[in-house]
Design a protein around this ligand. Structure first.
Ligand SMILES: Nc1ncnc2c1ncn2[C@@H]1O[C@H](COP(=O)(O)OP(=O)(O)OP(=O)(O)O)[C@@H](O)[C@H]1O
Ligand SMILES: [Mg+2]
Length: 154
């Protein structure tokens, strides 16, 4: 499914719909991982900011490009109930192989089913990505406009 998003309000609506979809999936044994693909400035971080807002996270979400990973506590009683307790935002742009994810204790992050992971630049660490990763692709259309493709959704 591809959606054109004309502004940040529409981006927020797509993020909310995506979260509802994720929360309605059958329970899983491990973390839920979402890979965000797309060029620099395509809107990957902007999308995670919308996800965080929709989850009720009030902390300011900034790009983890330089620090690799940021962890936010998800307030209970929100759209995802207590299915997910942590939002983990990773930017793998500076990494060159899945091996480098070990520094983050990646296996432990993946093993915890209450983790909701959004990872920018999954192609940099593709060998460390779980098989059940959901992939979203962001494309620049024009100033203010982006298209978002959600893989596996008609
Ligand atoms: N419709 C839109 N959807 C998403 N972002 C938009 C849109 N219109 C404008 N923008 C702006 O485009 C910029 C996207 O930057 P963002 O940091 O999200 O890119 P990114 O894909 O995370 O890039 P990087 O790979 O460098 O981390 C933001 O400043 C955002 O406000
Ligand atoms: Mg980014």
């Amino acid at each position: 499914m591809t959606k054109e998003v004309k502004n940040l309000i529409e981006l927020r609506a797509v993020a909310e719909g995506f979260l509802r979809d994720i929360a309605s999936r059958p329970p899983q044994e491990s973390a839920t991982t979402v890979g965000l693909s797309g060029d620099l400035g395509a809107g990957k971080t902007a999308f995670v900011k919308c996800i965080a807002a929709a989850l009720g996270i009030t902390e300011v979400v900034t790009s983890p490009t330089f620090i690799l990973e940021k962890v936010y506590i998800i307030p209970r009683n929100g759209v995802v109930g207590d299915r997910f307790l942590k939002l983990i935002h990773i930017d793998a742009y500076r990494l060159h192989s899945g091996d480098e994810m070990r520094a983050l204790d990646w296996e432990a992050i993946l093993a915890d089913k209450t983790n909701l992971i959004f990872l920018e630049w999954p192609e940099q660490v593709v060998d460390a990505m779980p098989k059940d990763m959901t992939k979203l692709s962001f494309n620049y259309v024009s100033e203010g406009v982006r298209s978002i493709t959600i893989e596996g959704v008609a």
